[in-house]
Design a protein around this ligand. Sequence first.
Ligand SMILES: Cc1cc2nc3c(=O)[nH]c(=O)nc-3n(C[C@H](O)[C@H](O)[C@H](O)COP(=O)(O)O)c2cc1C
Length: 321
Amino acid sequence: MSELKIGKLILNSRVLLSPLAGISDLPFRIINRQFGCRFAFTEMIDASSIKYRKRKKICRLETIPEDKPLGSQLLGWDSKTMLEGALFIQSQGIDLIDVNASCPAKKVIKKKAGAFLMREPEKLKEILKILTKNLEIPVTLKIRIGWDDNNLNAVEIALLAQDCGIDALVIHGRHYRQGHQGPVNYAIIKEVKKRLNIPVIANGGIWCGRDALLMFEQTGCDGIMIARGALGNPWIFKEIESFLKKGTSFVRPDFNMIRDTLVKHLHLLTNKDGVRLGIVKMRKFFRYYLKNIPGRKKIIPLLDKAKSEEEVAELIDTLFD
Ligand SMILES: Cc1cc2nc3c(=O)[nH]c(=O)nc-3n(C[C@H](O)[C@H](O)[C@H](O)COP(=O)(O)O)c2cc1C
């Protein structure tokens, strides 16, 4: 797939994996990369966690050579704290920093961070200027189309961000009030793309190759970002690549492929965090991988209580017998 240039960073794909809080840890990224994902983000980090060197949060930056190129997303409100956090992230060998102006979570909005920044253009400007001036790695911004139906200010914010020197803009085609539900507004993404000179990466509602093509066609965007479409479905990257090249979908994974990928994902987690915590962390992924598979409702509670990787594999096999 053709390349995407973000500042000095050249990605050899136009399909990126979104930052996903509580999801995008190293094992998740590795599994997705094994199926064609070429650029991923760590889980987002609150700049103040870096300032206070909170070990549990900082270990989100843990990576390995095959987990490259890698971006990290920063959350915050205070520009000096954001810079401190960004410089630390840069010092860890991360290739790109994205500023989060899209998160709708209550606890984030309360701290005036995330999507709240779309209501505070001057503050956002201060943050972006200080980051673009002081960082060597590319800086991007992830926004929404606006706050609500009456405040759709994506074009204004995007132009402001471009003036501040960001290297690319990511836009989720829903507003703050929509959360993660409801239709994606292609028209606003298209308008943003038309008005900017830097790359625009579009996000929202991409579940398959056809959705990916639709996003490119409807908006003229330079790249797309996959979020929930990759949960328990790392094959989406191959599917999109195939659809964009040939107009045909990649053959859906069979039971063996789902089983083997789930077991591999669990193994990566247990290797990193030990068996007990690995299985706890895998709980949400059991549900994603086994979605729509007959018999899963009986098996999932047993998987949640499993004590070893072997037990998980045996339980999964009973589903696929
Ligand atoms: C569990 C979960 C965690 C998310 N965490 C983040 C995050 O940390 N940073 C961010 O910018 N967006 C986050 N998002 C939003 C997604 O990146 C994406 O913008 C959104 O889900 C829309 O894309 P989709 O419709 O393809 O899922 C999260 C979404 C979900 C479902």
